[in-house]
Ligand binder design. Structure first.
Ligand SMILES: [Zn+2]
Ligand SMILES: [Zn+2]
Length: 187
């Protein structure tokens, strides 16, 4: 049954059919953990389809600026399994994340309208090296270095970074309400 091997990957964006753009894989299911779909999308459609996920997010999440040398943007929950992926010391990582997330309160520092639910961590805070991050080190930065943002403003910052870097995402996991951290990685 060799025929299957020659089946061609669908070309272009599954939503708008754009074939000029490099496509990105949006995995709403987080590799089967949550309900949703997996779709190959152009950047424009990826941006459009993820915007409502950020806006409807009802948790609190540490959002690390997407950086180069990565082809994925992952979400993590507070489960033991996820925390082990974040840090060699999962308990320490959880404590650090929760301390940082306590700073998410009140209105968005950008638009000053919507309620903040993301804490934005600029790439400079971890030298744009996702593979070297220790979450606890983020606590050494002054509080005002990480602005709390609403879903819409957070989404804008994520996509302006992705547009600037011209990263192609083999995997993007949009936020679900359980998400406590979003971060670049390698698929
Ligand atoms: Zn498209
Ligand atoms: Zn805002």
């Amino acid at each position: 049954m060799l025929r299957g091997l020659f089946k061609r990957e669908p070309k272009g964006c599954e939503v708008c059919g754009n074939i000029d753009d490099r496509t990105h894989l949006l995995d709403e299911t987080w590799r089967g953990r949550f309900p949703g779909e997996k779709r190959r999308l152009c950047l424009k459609c990826l941006k459009q389809l993820t915007q409502s996920k950020f806006q409807s997010f009802r948790g609190r999440c540490l959002l690390l600026e997407p950086v180069a040398k990565s082809n994925a943007f992952y979400g993590y929950t507070a489960s033991k399994e996820d925390l082990r992926l974040i840090d060699n010391s999962p308990e320490g990582a959880k404590e650090a994340i929760m301390t940082l997330l306590d700073r998410v309160s009140g209105r968005c520092r950008q638009c000053e309208e919507e309620v903040a639910s993301f804490l934005w961590v600029p790439a400079a805070a971890f030298n744009a090296k996702w593979w070297e991050l220790r979450v606890a080190q983020l606590l050494d930065h002054p509080e005002d270095a990480f602005p709390p943002l609403c879903g819409l403003c957070a989404h804008r910052r994520v996509f302006s970074a992705l547009e600037e870097l011209q990263t192609r995402l083999d995997e993007m996991q949009p936020p679900v309400d359980e998400t406590i951290l979003m971060f670049s990685g390698e698929s």
